[in-house]
Design a protein. Structure first.
Length: 168
């Protein structure tokens, strides 16, 4: 699962940056099925900064982790509001500095004209110090091509790159 990795891989450079800052990270994943967490834990010593991954593949699983029924009903599982709530919920449940979410359509079926196969929303939630006003969440929409495995790897690596960019 290193076809789309750079050298050194993002999981290594992000891990180094998190460790250096004393930051921690947790993920909640739908379309990537735990791949983001798997990449993070491929690095020895990742327990210094990695807390957990929730695999929330179904609507019910998303509800269990803090996504509202209203967001799912109104926008669908593959949407900006759901990605936002997923990232915020895992950040807060794990009490980490960073929460990351992925929700998308890995294919080969399930796409629509509005949300084709390869569509993903990646949420990144940051916890600032209490009262600092530095807590925020961003969500990005991307479309990737390839087969299911390619799409999942591209999404997972993009999610990690997105966090790395936020650290800069």
């Amino acid at each position: 699962m290193r076809e789309h990795a750079r050298d050194p891989p993002i999981e290594e450079t992000l891990g180094d940056a998190l460790r250096e800052r004393g930051d921690t990270i947790a993920t909640t994943e739908s379309c990537t099925g735990g791949l983001v967490g798997s990449l993070l834990t491929d690095i020895p010593g990742s327990s210094d900064y990695f807390d957990r991954t929730y695999c929330t593949y179904t609507y019910d699983a998303k509800l269990d982790t803090g996504v509202t029924r209203e967001a799912l009903d109104e926008h669908g599982a593959v949407s900006e509001p759901v990605a936002r709530q997923m990232a915020q919920a895992v950040r807060d449940a794990a009490d980490t500095t960073w929460g990351v979410s992925t929700t998308g359509i890995a294919g080969p079926s399930g796409g629509t004209p509005e949300k084709p196969v390869g569509t993903v929303y990646i949420g990144v939630a940051h916890a600032g110090d209490w009262g600092s006003g530095e807590t925020y969440t961003t969500v990005e929409r991307h479309e990737f091509d390839g087969d299911r495995r390619d799409i999942k790897e591209k999404i997972a690596r993009r999610a990690l790159r997105t966090v790395e960019t936020e650290l800069e």
